[in-house]
Design a protein around this ligand. Structure first.
Ligand SMILES: N[C@@H](CCC(=O)N[C@@H](CS)C(=O)NCC(=O)O)C(=O)O
Length: 185
């Protein structure tokens, strides 16, 4: 059995707390759930180890392992926690607001590669090293767009045009957030 299946939440060692983990952490606290964190060192590429790819085929954090159930992607983790555990529902009451909640969650998922493009460019990150792509390509069979992102990043890097496109997606998202937050606390 993959030894990582005995832990609970996989997060990462960074100098900042990634938003993808922050929302999972907030959900865990709201749902009054204990957690055991296991740190994955992104700077050492631990997220692409064979064992970690065995529980999260995308090779990213966070991952939740709950009673043998593996959930990947922060939005699905939050949704799983909220629908599985009773106290303090995180969901709105009306159908319309529920739909809006899912639209925001899907947008967060859809914007992921734009956020990554922007971050990698700004941080000058190279992602996968020259030796890694073959293994990663063999093991990461789940998210083709993410695979293409890493391959593009390790072979060409990002151009100003790539970053401008990513920035436009994020600007659009922030503009929608401004509208939504205008009349809400
Ligand atoms: N859509 C994913 C994104 C996860 C993600 O990209 N996590 C970053 C940390 S902020 C990561 O693991 N990066 C490592 C890498 O790209 O190799 C989620 O919401 O869980």
């Amino acid at each position: 059995m993959n030894p990582l299946l005995s832990y609970k939440v996989y997060t990462c060692v960074t100098h900042h707390l990634p938003t993808v983990f922050m929302c999972v952490r907030i959900a865990l606290v709201e749902k009054q759930l204990e957690q055991t964190s296991h740190l994955i060192d992104l700077s050492k590429g631990e997220q692409r180890s064979k064992e970690y790819l065995g529980i999260n085929p995308n090779g990213v954090v966070p991952t939740l392992v709950d009673k043998g159930m593996v959930v990947i992607d922060s939005t699905d983790i939050v949704n799983y926690l909220d629908t599985t555990y009773e106290p303090n529902s995180l969901r709105p009451d009306s159908e319309a607001e529920m739909q809006a909640m899912y639209d925001w969650m899907h947008m967060a998922k859809d914007n992921h590669l734009s956020i990554k493009t922007y971050m990698y460019y700004k941080l000058g990150a190279t992602g996968i090293s020259e030796e890694e792509p073959t293994e990663y390509r063999k093991n990461q069979t789940y998210d083709k767009a993410l695979l293409a992102f890493h391959e593009h990043c390790s072979t060409h890097g990002f151009s100003q045009e790539d970053v401008d496109k990513a920035t436009a997606v994020l600007d659009d998202c922030f503009a929608k957030m401004d509208v939504r937050l205008k009349d809400h606390d």
